[in-house]
Structures are given as structure tokens and as C-alpha cells.
Write a protein that binds this ligand. Sequence first.
Ligand SMILES: *[C@@H]1O[C@H](CO)[C@@H](O)[C@H](O)[C@H]1NC(C)=O
Length: 399
Amino acid sequence: MSSSQSGVAILGAGLFAKEDLRISQSHRDTAHIPALALLSASAPPLKAVYSRSAKSAQDFANFSVGALSLVSAPSVYYDSPNNEKSDTDLDALLARMDITALVIALPIVTQPDIVLRALAAGKHVLSEKPVAPTVAEGLVLIRTYNEVYKPKGLVWRIAENFEAEPGFRKAAEKIREGAIGKVIFFRSVVYNWIDESSKWYKTPWRTVPDYQGGFLLDGGVHTTAALRVLLPGPLMHLTGFASLNKSYLAPHDTIHALIRSSGDFHGTLEITFASPTRERPVADGFVITGTKGWLSINQAASTVDGKETQVFRVKIHSVGPKQKGLDDATQEEPTEVFEEPIKGVEVELAAFFEAIERKEGILEIGEPLEALRDVAVIEAALTSQGKLVDLIELVPTSL
Ligand SMILES: *[C@@H]1O[C@H](CO)[C@@H](O)[C@H](O)[C@H]1NC(C)=O
């Protein structure tokens, strides 16, 4: 990595940027710095970090030097204390010609404006999910990108690690190949226990929930992104109920929704952050059922190359070929199990850098309009109150 090579900056020095995400024992992803470390030479050098506070930016920069074995520390940019019109504010970072790509992991409500500032400064952008706090804001953002910045060749992708997860992508391929026949229904279940002392709860922008759904939006889009990857058609209609039981998780902590695709299949989405216990009553995950079998996918701990690793475990149980001499009740039902280590953040970063280099045949993920469909499902579930919501009316097939 030479220092003249065009580099990347990370905006947002929060937990997700540097740590393994562990909302609870079974929700874990790799974060940006560990993922950059795994990509090593195939990623551009980290040249700058920005955070609202000087201290967190500096801590983050120090952390990244060790984690990425950097020869020189990334430059530090921040807003406070008192940093108006200085050479270390965000505008100064955006003015640097040697930084061509930004990874943005800022609070949900501040992110859309900063994405626009970054694009206006001519940067390629990978911004953390959700694409926007509401469908309406997302549509404005995407239209602006499509009309003004996309024609200039700027890449903007949404970092949605579940969409990138090899476990989900391989499961989806099995479904497309007909491993369970034609999909007829599905279920998706997420139980979270969040106490007030949780470090995820304590991040300032989560304790002051100024966006719809709170954790349900922030975490729920992972679940809807996984459904988007797994299911063979778009989700079209939704009805549901939302509620709050742990007041510190306001505005909502639980949703239950029924969702239908284009008439072919339907299913359920249940997400709660208000589980009273740490122990889950049922395993989190997905079951997709088809005419010839079912596929389940759950997160689990496994041993890969002698090391305990978090994986997605996929199980396919199907109706086998008819065996002569056996009646239906004794026919064999073959089971296939495979596991894929969790590496969505690494995959999404690699795909972003390859998109910037205009490589051929790269993984097409992180499309902003597709990511907005994930927001639409959560928004619909939060607002439906039992009424039927047309998801395609919320986010059209194309803009
Ligand atoms: C949670 O549910 C219980 C039982 O219905 C109720 O007493 C309590 O007020 C609820 N909490 C909130 C914040 O609504």
C-alpha cells in the first residue's frame, strides 16, 4: 500500500465501526475495521476517520493503527470541541483529493445529509443500513443520487451485511435450484433481550430514539434483507401490529406482521427487542417451506479450522425420490446441512471497492432502492395497525 494510492475514510467511530457486533449472544457480525483487516491489501488504505467528538475520532484512529498494522495513523476529523471552519472538520476531510471512498456509519437520522455532502464532494459512498430513517426520505435521497451523482460515475451502495452473507446467498441459490420445490410459505423470528446497561443501548443516538421503530428499524432491516435474498419474489402486501412494552426501548419494541408476495406465497415476520429473558424460547432464524421440503437457516457457533466461529447453519429437509416397497409414511426424507462462516461486512466492503474499480462480474449488492424495501417492510409493520399496506406503492419497482 503506497501512501499516494487513493484511500478510504471512515465516518463514524461508533461501536459498529470497530467491534464485533454482539447485541446478544446470537447476533454477531464482523465490523468495518476487522473486515478491512481481513481484506488487507485488496482494500485501499485507511487515510482518515471522522467522528462528532475529537476524542472518539482519536480513540478510533489509535485503535485502527493496531488493528490494521498501519505505518502511519489515519488523520482525525471532528466537529467538537469548537471546530468551526478548521482544517480538521468534515469539510476538510471531504476536500482531500487523496480520499476517494467513504464508509459511513453515522447515526440513522444524520446519515442522509452526510451521504449527500459526500457525493457532492465527488466521493464514492458505502453507507450503513438503513438507507434512510423513513421511506419518504429514502426516496428523495435515491432520486437525487440517480439524477445527479450516478451519471457522474459515483458509486453509492448500502452496507447491509445480511444481504451479503454467504449463508443466505447459498441458501437462496438452493431455493432457486428447486431444492424445496416451489416456495409456499415462510416464517422469520427474532427474539432480543436488551437491558438498560447494554453498550448498544447506551450509544447516545439509541437512548434518544428520534427515528421510527428504534431498534426495530436498526436491527429489523437485517431480517427483511435476509428475506429479500432468500425468497423467490418481492414482498407485496403487509398487515401487522406494533407495540412497546419496555419503555426504555420507545417508540416500539415488538412487531408482528403477515406478509404476502405476488399471490404465490406468504409468511410471518416477528421481531421483538423486549424479551423478558436472555434465554430464547425458540431459535432465531428463518424457515422457508416449499412444495417438496423446507429450508431453515439459523446463526450458530461452530468449529472452523479448529477455531470457534459464528456461522449461519442451513438445513434442507425434503421429500426424497419415491422408494419402491415403502409407503408414504416410511419414505426417506433426505437432510442436507451446510454452514457458512459469518463474513457479510467483509463481502460488502470488497464488493464496494470492486464496484469503484468497475470490475466485471462483481457481486451486485447494496442497491439503495432494494435496501429501501427493507425500510418499507419495517415502516409498514410499525404503522399498519392491522390495515393492509401495499409495499410496492411505498417503494415502486423502479424510480
Ligand atoms: C407492558 O405490559 C404490561 C402488561 O400488559 C403493562 O402493565 C405495562 O404497562 C406495559 N409496559 C408499557 C411500557 O406499556
